[in-house]
Design a protein around this ligand. Structure first.
Ligand code: GTS
Length: 214
């Protein structure tokens, strides 16, 4: 298998943690995509992922799978023991619900803020980020506020359970963690009072897959 991504970036990190969790690091070859140079917006890359984002997984038969959720589902089920996406119908339902919230209430808004209300990844990408739209900074700042509200939501959740989707670590935890890492990079602070969220973060940062992702 191949993974098209760029090391150190938050969405690629989600899959690199999954690969470490599943013991699949040695099965994968990484192909670097130059995001700051807008390589992911050029025809060659768009032909493998029309949304122009990384990561993308290429299977040995040539199939491309993009979207972290889809890639995680694939990798988690390869060994017949899905530890990150749920085994029972109830586990699958709850994990997917919380994972969607992790994306829509935290990780995605942080990305929108970063790309639209700040210089983002630099000049080469600006033509792809609505540079002519006057309202983009205000919209981006609202996305930052939404991300902070998302942090408060997950803090509430984590006051009564150890992990985002319940009693076990799952892909929902990976996505909340990636969202917080991206938030730190974008200078969005976790509110002082979100102690449960901070304590959960300190806990998951000790996991082997997080300390040593692919
Ligand atoms: N929904 C996508 C997924 O789940 O894979 C999001 C992927 C995504 O936004 N990736 C970012 C990207 O390619 C990389 S990172 O900033 O998260 O590391 N962004 C490129 C761009 O131009 O927005």
């Amino acid at each position: 298998m191949k993974v098209f991504d760029i090391p150190g970036f938050p969405n690629p990190l989600r899959i690199r943690i999954v690969l470490a969790e599943k013991g699949l690091v040695s099965n994968v070859e990484f192909v670097k995509v130059d995001l700051p140079a807008a390589e992911h917006k050029q025809p060659a890359f768009l032909s493998i992922n029309p949304t122009g984002t990384v990561p993308v997984l290429q299977l040995d038969d040539g199939t491309y799978i993009s979207e972290c959720t889809a890639i995680t589902e694939y990798l988690d089920n390869l060994d017949g023991n899905p530890t990150l996406t749920g085994k029972t119908p109830k586990e699958k339902g709850v994990i997917h619900m919380m994972h969607k919230r992790a994306e829509s209430e935290l990780a995605d808004p942080v990305g929108y803020y970063f790309h639209h209300a700040t210089p983002g990844l630099g000049a080469a990408l600006q033509p792809y980020k609505s540079p002519e739209w006057e309202g983009r900074v205000e919209w981006g700042n609202r996305q930052r506020d939404k991300a902070v509200a998302g942090m408060r939501y997950f803090d509430q959740v984590l006051r009564s359970q150890p992990y985002v989707a319940g009693d076990a670590f799952s892909m929902a935890d990976i996505t909340v963690l990636a969202g917080l890492i991206f938030a730190g990079f974008a200078n969005i602070e976790i509110p002082e009072e979100c102690e449960a969220l901070k304590s959960w973060q300190a806990n998951v940062q000790q996991r082997a897959s997080v300390r040593n992702p692919a």
